[in-house]
Design a protein around this ligand. Sequence first.
Ligand code: ADP
Length: 329
Amino acid sequence: MIPNKQANIGSINMTDQELAIKIRGLKKTYKAEGATAEKIALKGVDLSIPKGSIFGLLGPNGAGKSTTINIIAGVVDKTAGSVEVWGFDTIKDTRNAKANIGIVPQEVHIDAYFTPFEILELYAGYYGIPKEERRSDEILKAMRLEEQRDAYTRFLSGGMKRRLLVGKAMVHNPPILVLDEPTAGVDIEIRRGMWDFLRELNKQGITIILTTHYLEEAETLCRNIAIIDGGEIVENTSMKGLLAQLDGETFVLDLAPHHNDITLDNISSRMIDDHTLEIDLQKPQNLNTVFEKLSAQHVEVLSMRNKSNRLEALFVNLIEHNVSRKKAK
Ligand code: ADP
């Protein structure tokens, strides 16, 4: 037996058989028509996406997320490197690669005069699925659109339209579903509904890959993530692994009026205004020490809160680090 090649995802070693998507050395250069300059969008991306995961591809605008997704989907040609979908090379075995993936585009464009059932039937026809093998009613049930089966899509709510788009991507029963910014521009209620819905699909065994710029979305949904910036992967790890990098925490303390300067020795701190103190604690520093020191200086703490979105700070830090590394080159 030939041993499987190993791919490294954070600390987990995975065999090729365990990967839904395997990308190696992926490069993309866009040549705008008539322009002399080329635009390098991907500079050699390696990505390993495990089967059964909910995987988040994160990054700022222009980082290369859509380019990566579009190459996986087979709608943009790569310049160099290789992409395998469920073990099938997207160039050498395009048919099988496409059969194993469903793509949900970012823009919500659905023919308003068709019903959800008709749209799914049309798509199944497009994929060449014979009538007796179509699963339109089953998909409508899974998308929670049974009641809207025969309604004009223009009467569907925003959340329903998005679920119908997911249904469209699943007519050929692919094991991988890719969503480009699935909750961009929708309100928090629809967003939460979509998260529940994607979790359900994942429980049924579908590998879910999504791009997002909402860190909360990645934190709530994704088991594994990659951060892309300037066409390069700057982090590819489990969400747990990423959060473990956050070994420091920042607290905001509201202080009673006081007239003395505060000294906290080796604890990093700053006064934001005359009654707000921000402190950064690194393990093993703890809050008790801070309270003891403040109390010894006769400073009373009225309230305290954890400064939110530590993940945001880490994300910004990773990207800034990537920028400064490039500048140093
Ligand atoms: P993201 O999805 O992360 O916002 P994209 O993959 O859309 O990033 O874009 C990556 C880079 O490639 C950007 O600099 C963008 O301007 C450029 N780009 C994307 N599509 C094209 C195109 N069709 N022609 C030229 N440049 C493009």
